[in-house]
Design a protein around this ligand. Structure first.
Ligand code: COI
Length: 353
């Protein structure tokens, strides 16, 4: 019999099987779900990056004598891809991550990819892993660009080679909390100091906070808040995100003067808060002010905008406004509505792949 010329009828689930990877989207937290492909480019010292390759996701080979393994010479970024209701895949402000990687590379004496190459590489990585971008509202594809010192350097020196690598993983919420985070102020350790690397996304900023974080979590806290190393009087940031306090019409966050990571979400939320009439101040914020604030929230690519419910400093515990009435709730939905294509992106933040 001659084949029918009418199109084959397919069920939605067959179509979905091709469109989506086999993931239980509802169960996603912030843990690695390996995807199919990663992007890799290498560049010798003194040269500039040229187009890399999309390779199957997997282990990489690196010299035991590489600067990343021996001296922690490396930077990372974090950004997300979103699937909209009309099935477009969008990424949020990738130019900002490219520029931040360039600033970090300058600080660590590394060669960074150009802004164009960075954005193109992110797009290629997302496109290659498109079926891992969760359905609308069921999570996001977290994209992790790395710039690492590869090659061999026994002495402390700039890396003879830099590797730019991007992998991705579908993720859900970073913190599983109902109304807000329970923070503990760390009065023993500091995350950054003046003249150090706190203001760039150096890999070395993160492992030193693990001990404090682990201890705090073991005592039932959600995260840890660091104080400035010079005076121990002002708040800085959490283990992996920025912090804001709210009092009346004023929203305040510590300034990015070297020890605070210039978060892309931090910058975007400041802009959105100004748009709805809040005064946003980037300035030193003392622990005393934190304890007197009406509301506290944190921002970051991974945490998005997350309310803080309590802060504990020594034996004092303060509770803050959370829920429907909280500014953080409003700002979070303003941001995620833009990211998910629910409201028009008038700011030109979203990039379609
Ligand atoms: C991000 O929000 O992208 C971060 O860098 C947090 C990460 C350390 C989990």
């Amino acid at each position: 019999m001659a084949p029918s010329s009418s199109p084959t009828l397919r069920t939605t689930s067959e179509a979905d099987e091709e469109k989506y990877a086999n993931v239980k989207w509802e169960e996603l937290g912030f843990a690695l779900t390996p995807t199919d492909y990663m992007y890799v480019a290498k560049c010798r010292q003194g040269e500039s990056f040229s187009q890399g390759k999309i390779l199957p996701y997997g282990d990489i080979s690196i010299s035991p004598c590489s600067p990343i393994l021996n001296y922690g010479q490396g930077l990372f970024e974090g950004l997300k891809a979103y699937r909209t209701e009309d099935d477009r895949v969008m990424i949020f402000r990738p130019d900002q991550n490219a520029l931040r990687m360039q600033a970090g590379a300058e600080r660590l004496c590394m060669t960074s990819p150009s802004l164009e190459l960075f954005v193109d590489a992110v797009k290629q990585t997302v496109l290659a892993n498109k079926k891992w971008v969760p359905p609308p509202g069921k999570g996001t594809l977290y994209i992790r660009p790395l710039l690492i010192g590869s090659g061999d350097t026994l002495g402390v020196a700039p890396a003879p080679e830099n590797t730019f690598l991007i992998y991705a993983s579908p993720v859900g919420d970073y913190h599983k909390v109902s109304s807000g985070l329970d923070l503990k102020v760390d009065h023993k350790h500091h995350r950054a100091h003046s003249g150090g690397t706190g203001g760039v996304k150096s890999c070395t900023n993160y492992s030193p906070v693990v001990k404090s974080l682990f201890e705090a979590k073991s005592s039932g806290f959600s995260d840890i808040l660091f104080l400035d190393a010079a005076t121990s009087r002002n708040i800085e940031e959490l283990s992996a995100c920025n912090i804001f306090i709210v009092k009346g019409n004023i929203v305040s966050t510590p300034p990015t003067s070297g020890t605070i990571l210039p978060g892309v979400t931090r910058k975007s939320i400041s802009e959105l808060a100004r748009d709805i009439g809040y005064q946003v101040q980037e300035r030193d914020v003392s622990v005393d002010e934190l304890l007197e604030a009406e509301e506290v929230f944190c921002t970051g690519t991974a945490v998005v905008v997350t309310a803080v419910e309590t802060v504990t400093f020594h034996d004092k515990k303060v509770k803050y406004r959370t829920g429907e009435a909280a500014l953080s709730r409003k700002l979070r939905s303003m941001l995620t509505n833009i990211q998910m294509g629910i409201v028009e992106d008038k700011k030109g933040w979203m990039v379609e792949i």
